[in-house]
Design a protein around this ligand. Structure first.
Ligand SMILES: Nc1nc2c(ncn2[C@@H]2O[C@H](COP(=O)(O)OP(=O)(O)OP(=O)(O)O)[C@@H](O)[C@H]2O)c(=O)[nH]1
Ligand SMILES: [Mg+2]
Length: 283
């Protein structure tokens, strides 16, 4: 499958982000719990010049909780502390400030030794499109942020959100780009809806997704679509089964793959099939 996706405005986004990065002490990188690796940006350590990074595993409300726990351990082994959140129901959002203070404890100590008190810790949110950056910031604003203030001069007119514990967060997130040249990554991002469907063959995509889910989440597929799944079913066989069960039939008794595909993709993305994680640690 060929995915032409890289938007032209990414160059501008990159420049803006590099600008913002100079203003902060640490990075909060949002990833999607359903594919925590595919939704990361491989260039971030270089872009941030090695700034300390906290990973926010977002959308945990629609991912497989067992896998989310494994991803959290994985990231820690890789040297990245993380918090697990849902920016829709707000779960876990209140863990952010402690996690940032913990991440930056050396700086806090250093400042203290130098007699610098009440120096804020500045952070910015980054992430590839659609991981929930805006939702996360909005949720913070609604839940734990004290106020939004403008700091002209220091910040060149940028808006900051003041969090408890002396943390200031840039209110505009940095948009990163995914590792789009990697086919597996592109597929996963397409499944979760981070790549516009109009550039994709949705039948091929949905059929691929069904085949993928039949390994590990077959029970959920069976429960949702009332279909029997055999090991030797090809991806289009699965799509056909879904279509026939749902009555998506065209003239001549052909199955309406397009209609089936759109339903499967929508239901997967809306977590109607279940809480599913596409990437497994160690695979
Ligand atoms: N279920 C669920 N959906 C979420 C969560 N966070 C965000 N979303 C949804 O994901 C979609 C993208 O969210 P945004 O907050 O717009 O993501 P973004 O990273 O700001 O996206 P861009 O601005 O396009 O880069 C929206 O449909 C949100 O409702 C979450 O924790 N759980
Ligand atoms: Mg946004």
């Amino acid at each position: 499958m060929n995915i032409h996706w890289f938007p032209g405005h990414m160059t501008k986004a990159k420049r803006m982000m590099e600008d913002s990065m100079k203003l902060v002490d640490c990075i909060v990188e949002i990833v999607d719990a359903r594919c925590p690796l595919a939704s990361r940006n491989p260039d971030l350590p270089k872009l941030s010049k090695g700034k300390k990074t906290l990973i926010v595993i977002n959308k945990t409300d629609i991912a497989d909780p067992n896998e989310t726990a494994k991803w959290q351990s994985y990231f820690l082994r890789e040297g990245y502390p993380s918090v697990t959140v849902s920016s829709i129901n707000g779960k876990g959002i209140d863990k952010l400030t402690n996690a940032i203070r913990d991440l930056m404890k050396e700086k806090i100590e250093r400042d203290k030794e130098r007699g610098l008190v009440n120096r804020p810790i500045r952070a910015m949110v980054c992430g590839i499109p659609n991981v929930g950056k805006s939702s996360f910031i909005n949720k913070l604003n609604g839940k734990v942020a004290a106020k939004v203030g403008d700091r002209p001069g220091v910040t060149r007119g940028k808006q900051w959100i003041t969090l408890p514990g002396g943390i200031e967060l840039l209110d505009t997130p940095g948009i990163l780009w995914p590792k789009f040249e990697d086919k597996e990554v592109a597929m996963n991002l397409a499944f979760i809806g981070s790549i516009k469907d109009d550039v994709l063959d949705t039948e091929e995509l949905a059929a691929n997704l069904l085949k993928r889910l039949s390994d590990g989440y077959a029970d959920m597929l069976t429960a949702r679509y009332k279909i029997e799944i055999n090991e030797d079913d090809g991806m289009y066989d699965l799509l056909e089964k879904v279509c026939r069960k749902r009555g998506f039939i065209l003239k001549g008794n052909e199955f309406d793959g397009l209609r089936g595909a759109s339903v499967v993709l929508d239901e997967f993305r809306g977590a109607k099939i279940g809480k599913i994680t596409l990437e497994k640690v160690g695979e």
